[in-house]
Write a protein that binds this ligand. Structure first.
Ligand code: NAI
Length: 330
């Protein structure tokens, strides 16, 4: 029997986890041959609810699910984790500024970064979903000096998938026909969904849609999609976010298809003028459990300005959490 993979998930009693955990248990994350051990983390007030989720996981009788452990202690929860999905975060409540949100989440990701550093498996891969995702990932990364920085990533895959869906709908093609979509920057309204290199069944997307649709419809729809879901559903995207988290880790672990790429927020290596170490979304290819930023795309002036604006927001967030003492420069 293959070696089981230990997957730690924070925010285990939350909405996204409710969509995520059952798919992990079913094999959607790592394929039908890899058994999984789940380690679920919550805050003390939500441990009782988490016990209920663990009971439901048990009731799924999933052949691949070897064990479910629950905890409110990151030093236990991340123990031996090969994959860590940091979904739990302090939500933004009314009247809260972005700076308040950064301050509220700083201690959570400082502690979780330190715990991952101390007790996770040597090969740990980290995905931060909890918002502000890029900067939370940055905090965790800088608090885990013994883990290679490249293992800390944040989720822009939902934005990527939303961009694919909008283009597919526009041209009347199945989502499977869309390749080389790109999302740049922050997981926020400043993100830049870019279809300059996207293809529909191999044909350049820019030849199939009007440029006015791209600027007036496509870009704002993708940027504002999270808000539109909240307005329609009365709660933020959960099942689609869970699905995107599965896609992110599966592609990172098992590889992207030949000729295609995906969007992941990863520590910059200085590519595309993004300051080194900043966790920003890039197009990446994955193979052998590692990702590579797609080189040589040469964004045009408009794309350049949009990427720069989103990166400027990330720099501000980074500087704010450094000033608050949650992260160190370098
Ligand atoms: P939720 O509020 O339903 O669940 C969050 C859970 O995290 C709660 O059960 C809470 O008790 C738990 N939690 C809070 N602090 C924790 C800690 N220190 N350790 C362990 N657990 C902790 O929220 P939902 O809908 O599941 O969303 C989770 C996060 O994901 C939010 O921050 C949301 O903004 C973000 N999100 C990110 C997306 C992305 O594309 N990157 C998309 C959608 C949501």
């Amino acid at each position: 029997r293959p070696v089981p993979v230990t997957v730690a998930v924070t925010g285990g009693a939350g909405q996204i986890a409710y969509g995520l955990l059952f798919r992990i248990a079913s094999g959607a994350l790592l394929g039908p041959d890899t058994p999984v051990r789940l380690r679920l983390l919550e805050i003390p007030a939500a441990v009782a609810a988490l016990e209920g989720v663990a009971m439901e996981l048990e009731d799924g009788a999933f052949p691949l699910l070897e064990s479910v452990d629950i905890s409110d202690d990151p030093w236990l929860g991340f123990s031996g984790a090969n994959i860590a999905l940091l979904v739990g975060a302090r939500p933004r409540t009314s009247g809260m500024e972005r700076s308040d949100l950064l301050a509220a989440n700083g201690p959570i990701f400082t502690e979780q970064g330190a715990a991952i550093n101390a007790v996770a498996a040597d090969d740990v891969k980290v995905l931060v979903v909890g918002n502000p995702a890029n900067t939370n990932a940055f905090i965790a990364m800088t608090n885990a000096p013994d883990v290679p920085a490249a293992r800390f990533t944040a989720m822009t895959r939902l934005d990527h998938n939303r961009a694919i869906a909008q283009l597919a709908k526009k041209v009347g093609a199945p989502a499977a026909d869309i390749s080389r979509m790109t999302v740049w920057g922050n997981h926020s309204a400043t993100q830049y969904p870019d279809l300059a290199h996207a293809a529909v069944a191999g044909k350049p997307a820019v030849e199939l849609v009007e440029s006015s649709w791209v600027t007036e419809d496509f870009v704002p729809t993708v940027q504002q999609r999270g808000t539109a879901i909240i307005q329609a559903r009365g709660a933020s995207s959960a099942a689609s976010a869970a699905s995107a988290a599965i896609d992110h880790i599966r592609d990172w672990a098992l590889g992207t298809p030949q000729g295609d790429w995906v969007s992941m927020a990863v520590p910059s290596d200085g590519s595309y003028g993004v300051p080194e170490g900043l966790i920003s979304s890039f197009p990446v290819t994955c193979a052998n459990g590692e990702y590579t930023i797609v080189p040589g795309l040469d964004p045009d002036d408009n794309a350049r300005a949009r990427i720069d604006a989103s990166v400027a927001e990330l720099v501000q967030e980074r500087d704010a959490v450094i000033d608050l003492g949650f992260a160190k420069r370098d």
